[in-house]
Design a protein around this ligand. Structure first.
Ligand code: ASP
Length: 323
């Protein structure tokens, strides 16, 4: 066969197989890796959208928690997974910050395919219920005065709770003791038990405890007060505007995953984010779905690129790194 004919035949086969792939996808269960512990804020968001996406896809998305190393273990696992559309990753802002925080990351944070943005979640500075300070101003003074003994929980370098803590340390120019967990799910258990003093965590993990009075809240990291906690001051009201941060989440797939799969997943994500039940569940947890236009591969790619550039100088100024 002449070379041109052979190439033509190969091209036709590729077109055919990708069309067949698109039609048949997904024909089995999909694994969504969450790079933090079960029961934590990322897990909560993942399970909410995975359930609704499963209904649209006609195949189950099961959530697998791969916690550790601030989310980089789970992300690395997905980077190495088969690029067939059956393994995906739901990660947050840590995808961008870990690009600078880690000197020897085993994967390239920009080396994934993109599905879309999911939600942006505010954070709240919370403490064990019996921690002395009664407001944010006295809390700041307390942390400064007790920096060698007070303990802040986080989910490891690269986690949102770590980022917020790093911003807090810079803003008050005080280094205090931090205690890493595989996720803020288990960190919350220790906060409730009084084994750690405070943390900064997403409303998807703190709202019910604050409402139930089992932990104390000092400030929200949003520019405006949260509608679910109108009495809670913002960090800027406490003089620490540098701590403002919102934890955006996205869904990724291994490099080389066919566009037919990422586009199908993006369509399912848009359906999920428009679902009344999902909107209500998110609202109850102090957040909201990303707009449909952002639940797309292009929007997530642009967001990740801009966020890597945004956080790089801030992390470099703080001088925090992991190997
Ligand atoms: N999102 C993490 C978790 O689900 C916590 C964090 O990033 O701080 O545990």
């Amino acid at each position: 066969m002449a070379l041109s004919k052979l190439l033509g035949a190969l091209c036709a086969a590729t077109v055919l197989s990708s069309a067949a792939y698109a039609e048949g996808y997904p024909d089995r269960q999909i694994t969504m890796v969450v790079p933090f512990s079960a029961g934590g804020p990322t897990d909560t968001v993942a399970r909410l959208v995975a359930e609704r996406m499963s209904a649209d896809l006609g195949q189950q998305i099961i959530v697998e928690n791969v916690g550790g190393a601030g989310g980089t273990l789970g992300a690395g696992q997905v980077a190495d997974a088969e690029a067939d559309g059956y393994t995906i990753l739901l990660h947050h802002i840590g995808m961008a910050t870990s690009a600078t925080l880690y000197r020897n990351l085993a994967y390239d944070p920009l080396g994934f395919e993109y599905v879309g943005l999911v939600t942006e979640v505010p954070m709240v500075v919370v403490a064990r219920k019996d921690l002395e300070p009664t407001d944010f101003a006295s809390f700041i003074e307390y942390v400064k005065a007790n920096k060698d003994t007070v303990t802040m929980a986080n989910a490891g370098i690269g986690a949102a709770s770590h980022l917020c803590g790093m911003l807090f340390q810079s803003a008050i120019d005080t280094q205090f003791v931090t205690v890493p967990y595989k996720g803020t799910g288990p960190a919350m258990t220790d906060l409730l038990g009084g084994q750690v003093d405070f943390m900064c965590d997403q409303t998807t993990n703190t709202t019910q405890q604050i409402q139930g009075g089992t932990i104390k809240a000092y400030a929200a990291t949003t520019p405006e007060r949260l509608s679910i906690f109108p009495d809670l001051p913002t960090v800027a009201e406490g003089g620490l505007a540098q701590m403002e941060v919102a934890i955006w989440h996205g869904i990724y797939a291994p490099k080389g995953t066919p566009a037919e799969a990422t586009e199908r997943l993006s369509a399912a994500l848009q359906m999920a984010l428009a679902d009344e039940g999902v909107i209500k569940a998110m609202a109850d947890l102090g957040t909201a779905p990303s707009p449909a236009a952002d639940a797309t591969p292009a929007a997530l790619k642009a967001k990740l690129e801009s966020e890597i550039a945004r956080w790089k100088p801030i992390i470099e100024a703080a001088g925090v790194y992991a190997d």
